[in-house]
Ligand binder design. Sequence first.
Ligand code: SAM
Length: 296
Amino acid sequence: MNPLFKRIFRKDKLARVAVERLTEPLHINLASLFVAGFGSFRCKVDFDLVIRPQYAFPILRAADLANEWGYKRLTLLEFGVAAGAGLLNICRIAKQVTKVTGVEFRIVGFDTGTGMPEPVDYRDLPEAYAAGDFPMDSERLRENLPANCELILGPITETLPVFLRTVGADAPIGFASIDVDYYSSAKDSLAVFADSPEKYLPLVPVYLDDVGDITVNPWVGEWLAVNEFNDEHAMRKIAPWNMLRARRICKNAKWIEHIYGVHVHDHAIRTPGTQTRTRRTADNEFIGVSFGNKPA
Ligand SMILES: C[S@@+](CC[C@H](N)C(=O)[O-])C[C@H]1O[C@@H](n2cnc3c(N)ncnc32)[C@H](O)[C@@H]1O
């Protein structure tokens, strides 16, 4: 059976399929059947027909932005790997995205390797998570990783500074999934966006897994970590991805709420006078004025 259908018929996924997918208009679901059978990878991403659309959409979007801004290679990150299903999924999606866009990827997963650390205080949501949750078989996982993927084990505060020294403009950070559950670990992970601007795409799509837990609010959990990041970094801001729901075919998907963008306002591409690009024009068909070139 197609792995996507196998997944959606899993007992734990059925409720989500009912709430998010069966509530879409009938013509969208009928078109989806056709796309699932005959559609291109890009079309499947558009119709949420790739396993973990929350990774497929931002990775494809990052590659498109890379082509627009002249990058050939990107680094993709997953903070919080656990058993590694998400990391392997990123690897599979990245392979497809390379075929479609030509952009190559370095993929890096971060985890303690021993499960969740001790929560620091109430902001880490001890009602939901505890030390030792989400163990990993790191040996088995490493055996199954492709050559362009690394697994970095240890507390993120210790491993991140070493990793950041290996990132450069030849493969800037183009996507990150932050799925470390605690406020304290999310804060440690978001430090990845505080280094020099050439280490990032000017706009980095990120997936924030833990902004939706019901006990999360602006004062605890990942939501607090994001707010503090924005307060502490004048030229870097994390904001929900603009108008994403309006731009999607399937509008009821929950993952849409988890996609944010890290805006690197001090990036050279976002600095006046640093770019050479075609002048933008606007034609006026009412009075027959045309500048003869397409908008940049
Ligand atoms: C929910 S699991 C990740 C699930 C995974 N993203 C997936 O989709 O399969 C959270 C993981 O974050 C890791 N983690 C939490 N805090 C960490 C820290 N400070 N340093 C390193 N890893 C951490 C835990 O070890 C755990 O495996």
